[in-house]
Design a protein around this ligand. Structure first.
Ligand code: FES
Length: 336
């Protein structure tokens, strides 16, 4: 995928960090050097179909060990269920590390903001920034006291610069105050649920801060609504496509022969965007490519992550090729 080098790795250790977060150590066949904030892609099976999922690297070692952590997600598209069943000795196809979320080395101060399992890329940020003695503080938001994955190593790294906020015990975090405490050129790196990320983006804009100083990592897995199956109507091609709960709209369209371009597959680049003609059901925008105002217009959606909550959507795909080319029955006809 995307020109990456892939490896046959082996799970060498698996352990529960919290009731819902399980950590895996993978043995790569060669030394792995991963930049802070990097992730790997892994090949999982959802149903009987191979799919790709991305997981942030918590740590990596010269002996080829790469550590990732996976949360059990109720509304999972199937990847986390597959991953959590892996045991020591299991083989797993995994890509080389991909670095898209490096820390800001020269900022006067960095605020790391983690929500739940979003802590994983920020553990490596905290480690790298403290090793370079950069000014860093961290706010870590968890649902309850049992869900504090990596709290101890983070306390060792950050000491009093770490603030853990437990949702069912503490008052709601004051995001305005957290961000206001950053110097004007301070940087914020965050990873967490889409609601948290949208709130932070909105406050960041209200405070007139530079967009370049706001960095975020998202794997497009969390939405505003539970993951449900839905139908996509493509009237120009006369096709109706069913999207299962374990599938993305992008994969379902491509499987149906509606060739849809993609790159990041994480709701960040916008390449997979399709035009919405009509929606019967709520559009669950899970991307960070479109602004909240653009999402509210309901004119476009990112097929790689966004979905419909209970209903269907009628779209005009971006693809302008031969309307017959790529359709399964046509491919069958032309290749048999
Ligand atoms: S492929 Fe990048 S936003 Fe969908």
């Amino acid at each position: 995928m995307n020109g990456l080098t892939w490896f046959d790795t082996q799970v060498v250790q698996a352990r529960d960090l919290t009731p819902t977060v399980r950590e895996f150590t993978l043995q790569f066949p060669q030394a792995v050097t991963a930049a802070a904030g990097a992730h790997i892609n892994v090949q999982v099976m959802v149903g009987n179909l191979p799919e790709t999922r991305s997981y942030s690297i918590v740590d990596s070692h010269p002996n080829g060990h790469v550590v990732i952590a996976v949360k059990a997600v109720d509304a999972s598209r199937g990847g986390s269920q597959y991953m959590r069943l892996l045991k020591p000795g299991t083989r797993l196809r995994a890509s080389e590390p991909v670095s898209l979320f490096e820390p800001a080395w020269n900022a006067p101060e960095v605020l790391l903001l983690a929500g739940g399992i979003g802590v994983t890329p920020l553990v490596s940020h905290a480690r790298a920034l403290t090793q370079r003695r950069r000014p860093v503080r961290m706010a870590y938001l968890v649902r309850n006291a049992q869900e504090q994955a990596y709290a101890d190593p983070l306390r060792d790294l950050l000491g009093e610069a770490l603030d853990i906020h437990v949702a069912d015990a503490d008052p709601a975090p004051d995001l305005h105050a957290l961000i206001s405490a950053l110097p004007p050129d301070g940087q914020l790196a965050m990873c967490g649920p889409i609601g948290l990320m949208e709130a932070v983006r909105s406050i960041w804009a209200q405070q007139g801060r530079s967009r370049a100083n706001l960095r975020y990592e998202t794997f497009g897995a969390s939405g505003h609504h539970p993951t449900q199956a839905f139908t996509v109507h493509v009237p120009r091609l006369g096709i109706d496509v069913n999207v299962g709960t374990g599938q993305t709209m992008l994969d379902a369209l491509n499987a149906a022969g509606v060739a849809t371009l993609s790159n990041c597959r994480r709701g960040e680049c916008g390449l997979c965007s399709v035009d919405i003609i009509a929606a019967n059901g709520t559009i669950d925008h899970r991307d960070v490519f479109y602004s909240p105002a653009q999402q509210a217009e309901q004119r476009k959606m990112c097929a790689c992550v966004s979905r419909i909550a209970g209903g269907s959507v009628t779209i005009e795909p971006a693809w302008r090729g031969d309307p017959d080319w790529g359709r399964p029955e046509i491919l069958q006809r032309t290749t048999s």
